[in-house]
Design a protein around this ligand. Structure first.
Ligand code: HBI
Ligand code: FE
Length: 287
């Protein structure tokens, strides 16, 4: 998850110009591995029947159920064999162009630190649990892996057009908080949801949020919140459709059009929406 104010200004001591650092796996303490195991067990129990097939398959293929914080070298070797991606360590949020350049080259940047035991349910910066448990299983899916590359390439172009705010919403409402319609029902694929115990229940079961069919232009007009559960989730029909909708779109004219259109509020429903669930917004109002 991202928040401008948390982005570091310079590569830290010992980091290359690509901002990567050694994961330093041997330095994790038993307490830190224990926090991973606690988070892992709680989510692994909850997610069958909630997470998408692709995410569940990724968890299995990558053998993430092995106890303790994963070693990025070992994880990268498994991931490389299926989709050509690697996982590299960074100290926290990195600048946008650095982030996109890594994605475009099939490198996923992951925080190497883990939250403390008293922060199990909330933290602002992406830690190793969010980045690895949340994001990496989806990178074992060949179609989603290609979508992430396309996003990195698109991000580099969006920076040139000055349209990153619009494109960032696409990442937010797909990669971080996306839902997918599967034959057996609605499933989670967004890493921000699968790595959150509360939101894994809320996103699918709570009457509060809107659930709306994904539409690229609509999503790119929609604001988002970084400090609580989402008030609207967007549902894709499949990962093939998501990849196709994005690679077949010419973003330059779309950005030009978006610059002339007002933003859509986090809880707003607009006339063209195909609404699957009209939310009560009780959670947001009761806050
Ligand atoms: N850095 N480590 C890290 N992780 C992110 O998810 C991330 C980032 N820097 C920028 C960024 N995300 C955003 O630019 C995009 O998600 C739009
Ligand atoms: Fe994330």
């Amino acid at each position: 998850m991202q928040n401008e104010s948390h982005v570091l200004a310079h590569p830290p001591e010992g980091a290359g110009s690509d901002w990567t650092i050694p994961q330093n796996w041997a330095a994790y303490t038993p307490e830190e591995h224990g926090v991973w195991d606690l988070l892992f067990d709680r989510q692994a129990r909850l997610l069958p029947g909630r997470a998408s097939d692709a995410w569940l398959r990724g968890l299995d293929v990558l053998k993430l159920s092995k106890p303790g914080i994963p070693d990025f070298e070992e994880l990268s070797d498994r991931l490389m064999a299926v989709t050509g991606w690697r996982v590299v360590a960074v100290p926290g949020l990195v600048p946008d162009e650095v982030f996109f350049d890594h994605l475009a080259n099939r490198r996923f940047v992951a925080g190497n630190f883990i939250r403390r035991r008293d922060q199990l349910d909330y933290l602002q910066e992406p830690d190793v649990f969010h980045d690895v448990f949340g994001h990496v299983p989806m990178l074992a899916d060949p179609v989603f892996a290609d979508y992430m590359v396309a996003y990195g390439q698109g991000g580099l172009r969006a920076l040139e057009y000055g349209s990153l705010d619009h494109l960032a919403r696409l990442y937010w409402y797909t990669v971080e908080f996306g839902l997918v319609q599967e034959a057996d029902g609605l499933r989670i694929y967004g890493s921000g949801i699968v790595s959150s115990h509360g939101e894994s229940i809320f996103a699918l079961d709570d009457p509060s949020p809107n659930r709306i069919a994904f539409d690229l232009k609509r999503v790119m007009r929609t604001r988002y919140r970084i400090d609580d559960y989402q008030q609207t989730y967007f549902i894709i029909p499949s990962f093939d459709d998501l990849l196709r909708m994005t690679v077949e779109t010419d973003f330059a004219p779309l950005y030009a059009e978006l610059n002339g259109l007002p933003d859509i509020a986090v809880d707003e429903i607009v006339p063209d929406d195909r609404v699957v669930t009209r939310g009560t917004q009780a959670h947001a109002r009761g806050r």
